[in-house]
Each structure stands twice: as C-alpha cells, then as structure tokens.
Design a protein around this ligand. Structure first.
Ligand code: CUA
Length: 354
C-alpha cells in the first residue's frame, strides 16, 4: 500500500507511538506482579492503603475510557487511510463533500460531553471522599516538615520527634486507625509521595497541607520528594514503616524516652558536645537542642542514614560523620574536619542512641 500524503505517514507513526505508550501504561498495571513486591518497589498500580486504592480505581477508569476512545478514533483513521487511499484515475474528480449533517454534528458534540461529564463526576467524588475524611478518635496525628534535604517528623500528641522514617500503625478493619499528616516546609517547596499509600501532596513554605493514609498491612513503603528542591532532591527519600498497632505503640513508648545516658562512649560524647554538632542536632535529655538538623535522640532505631540513602550501619555512620558531602554533595551538614580518633569516638557515641 502506498500512502501519498506524508502527513498521513506521520500521523500513523504518531498513532502507533501513542498506542504503544498507552499499552505500556495500562499493561504495567497488570504484568507488574512479575517483578514488583510489596516492599521495595514503589508502584501506583499496587496500592496498599487508602486513598491510593481509590485513586488507582479512578485512574484506571479514566485510562480505560481513553483507551476505548483511542481505539475507535484510531480504527476509523486507519480505515479511512486505507479505504480512501489514492488510486489512479482519482485526479479528475473530488471526493464527495459532506457538510452540515445534523446527526453527525450532534453525535460528536453530545457524546464527548457525556463522557467528560461522567469523568468529572467520578473524579469529583474521589477527590471529595479523600478530602472530606474526618479524623476519627484514636487516629495518629503527625507533622511532616520538609527540609533541604530531609524530613522532620513530629508526633505532637505523642511527644515524639524523629526524621525520615514515618512510623504508622496498620489499620485493621473495624479498628480503623488512619494517620493524618500535616505537611509543612522549612525552606523551599517539597512534595511528599509514597506511591503505594497516597497521591503526592506538596509541602509549601508558610502553608499547611493535609493528607491521610490508612495502610492495612505491616511493611515498609518507599517514597521520595516529588518536587525539585535543589541539589539533593533525588536523594530526599522517605520510608513509611507500617507496624501492627501493638508494635507501633511499643515503638512510640521507646521514642518518648530521653536519650540513654552514655556510660561507654564518654570520649565520644565529650567530642560531640565540644564540636558544633549541638548547634544543629537535638539529643533529648542532654544540652544538645539544635533544631536545624535531624533529632538524634534515637538515631540507632532508624534503618537508614542520609535521608534513607544508605543503611544505618557502623561503617556508614562513621563515613557520614567524617564527611557528609561524600554521600550527599551540597548537603547542609559540613565536613567538620574531625580527626580519625574523633570520628571513631563520635560514631561510637552515636551508636549508644538507641
Ligand atoms: Cu525535597 Cu525535592
């Protein structure tokens, strides 16, 4: 078959690229279990919490409606291209011209209107469902503050301050225990996004945004900052640790304690307080009350360091104290030019913060 107008070939190519993209997007939702797991891989097509579940259902409906429209339009286009292609002898005559068919014009005005109306209704209902959710008694209240480039996490009612790893209880059917989040920023705009739990919500300076999550199974869910916020934006990761209600309560009780008094690493403690670490970090129960960096009171209870970039191991802790810029170029914790001995001592002291 020979297509005479190169515009048609270009159109065809665009149609195929679009179809392939659509196929990939929809297909991913179904074939993903082959390479995705509950933990580790973030995936909007495998929601593990409200409101992510409801958002996925709405998105799939929109995708399906669009897919049907696409197939119909592309089918008609391909049919037209083939059926009415150029043939020898066509030069003399014009194709029949159709103007002002009321039926056709009505059909292509009313049908899209109806489709768009249905999509608006479904989307509005989803948005209203999510936004109007009231905090039930017993819900966990937490405040997440975005910083360049880490997350401060506060539980005002529980008297807990931590960083980068948000602990929440799993909701269990009748014992609904969602977590309501207040999102704030200390500097620039960030965006809190844990794809399997909820949509993304921005953290904006001088403004408080609200969201809630209600995961039902224990597990660790990964997320990241989804709004470009500077050099280390890509490494502004977040973990949401969903625990059974009992485990969560135990975790909360432990976090409420002040730091244990160091009996072993006293040189390290001295070195920590002699340097300017105390200006930026809080260790509750000590004179370290800095607010600029993460609270270190229970540093060793966290799984990761450097905003979830590396596991919280002795070696990584030592490397981080020696030169944070190695992990995160441009991060606001400077290289303190500590001696090897000081690095070892401070790392040993930090390891007592359990
Ligand atoms: Cu914070 Cu991007």
């Amino acid at each position: 078959m020979r297509l005479h107008l190169y515009v048609n070939q270009r159109t065809l190519r665009a149609v195929f690229v679009f179809a392939f993209s659509l196929f990939c997007i929809i297909g991913l939702g179904y074939v993903e279990p082959a390479f995705g797991q509950n933990d580790g891989v973030t995936n909007i097509f495998r929601p593990l919490s409200q409101p992510a579940q409801e958002i996925k259902e709405t998105s799939l409906l929109v995708l399906e409606v669009c897919a049907v429209i696409f197939v119909v339009v592309a089918g008609l286009l391909v049919y037209g291209l083939i059926r009415f292609r150029h043939r020898t002898g066509d030069e003399a005559s014009e194709p029949p011209q159709v103007y002002g068919s009321n039926q056709i014009e009505l059909a292509w005005t009313v049908l899209p209107l109806l489709i768009v109306f249905v999509l608006i209704l479904v989307t509005s209902r989803t948005i209203a469902d999510i936004q109007n959710r009231k905090s039930p008694p017993g819900a966990v209240q937490a405040t997440v503050v975005g910083h360049q480039w880490w997350w401060e996490i506060r539980y005002p009612e529980l008297g807990i301050v931590t960083a980068n790893e948000l602990h929440v209880p799993a909701s269990d059917g009748p014992k609904s225990r969602p977590t309501f989040l207040k999102l704030q920023s200390a500097d620039v705009a960030h965006s809190f996004w844990v794809p399997q739990l909820a949509g993304k919500i921005d953290l904006i300076p001088n403004r408080e945004n609200l969201m809630w999550i209600e995961p039902t199974q224990p597990g660790t869910h990964l997320g990241n900052c989804a709004e470009y916020c500077g050099t280390q934006h890509a490494r502004m990761l977040i973990r949401v640790v969903v625990q059974s209600p009992e485990e969560f309560d135990r975790w909360a009780r432990e976090q409420q304690q002040s730091a244990s008094v160091a009996t072993k690493a006293v040189e390290g403690q001295r070195a920590f307080f002699a340097n300017s670490c105390v200006n930026c970090h809080t260790i509750r129960g000590t004179s370290a009350q800095g607010k600029f960096g993460p609270d270190l009171t229970h540093l060793m209870s966290r799984e990761s360091l450097a905003t979830c970039v590396v596991p919280n191991t002795v070696d990584n802790l030592r490397l981080w104290v020696r030169d944070p810029q190695k992990f995160k170029v441009g991060c606001l914790m400077p290289n303190m030019q500590l001696t090897d001995q000081e690095v070892d001592q401070i790392a040993a002291y930090l390891q007592t913060l359990r």
